[in-house]
Design a binder for this molecule. Sequence first.
Ligand code: GLN
Length: 295
Amino acid sequence: MSALPALGGVSVDAARRALAATFKTHAIDNPELDARLLLGAALDLDLTGLITAANQTLTAEQAQRIDEWVARRAAGEPVARILGHKEFWSLSFELSPATLVPRPDTETAVQTALDILRDSGLSGEPIRIADIGTGTGAILLALLSELPKATGLGTDISREALETATRNAQRLGLADRAVFVESDYAAALTGPFDLMISNPPYIRSRDIEGLPLDVRAHDPHLALDGGDDGLEAYRVIAPQAAALLDRGAALVLEIGQGQTGDVARILMSAGLTLHGPPRTDLGGIQRVITARKTA
Ligand code: GLN
């Protein structure tokens, strides 16, 4: 496909404009940025490098690769899926079909956990963390990158996700402090933990078909589908956390839009105590809720 004119021998700058125009025609959200990201990856240049190279011409090989990527992006595949990796917490995470693309919103969960540990005086301690439904390992590995003495377990029911998370730990130099285990949420774990954290599936099953194409067609539904009311994962995780958390320790949960009240009730029914107000994400949506084991 691709309405692109042939790119071989064309300048980097002309190619960038042609890509952006193609994406605009296909109603892609960020045509200029996506053009830069794909072109930069094809030429192995960062955004500054691309500007410096504006007058260079593309080789036939580069042009062919870009042409293939442009067709995929124009058909709705996210840039992160095309390139196979995504930046989260300024770290690069390899993706697989079994993992979500880590979202900027989820950085709010990481920040919330770091704030709680700091307030509890635990940031420099050899604490134990569990990340439930770890996917790429993004949350756990971001935390370990900030907490030099912490160790962590990441669980997932997908073996493919666990392999991806393990490779991410190795590439980030965190493999000596992170272990990934196959588990239905926290069922296979033994406590106590000083922090439990999760971005579980929370989309109502019937809402999945209405999600944007880049999510619905490219993120694994297992990582999105929270059952009939979107809350099934929380009903499983809350009692598990109540059993596995050390006394005073926190459970930090990412939640979907409008789920604050329901998730708060689920946490309290499990015997946990809500901790502070929900945290909002970059879009102002209540995104993270925290509870502690007080008894
Ligand atoms: N935040 C994701 C979305 O935008 C959902 C992730 C999840 O269910 N945990 O669709």
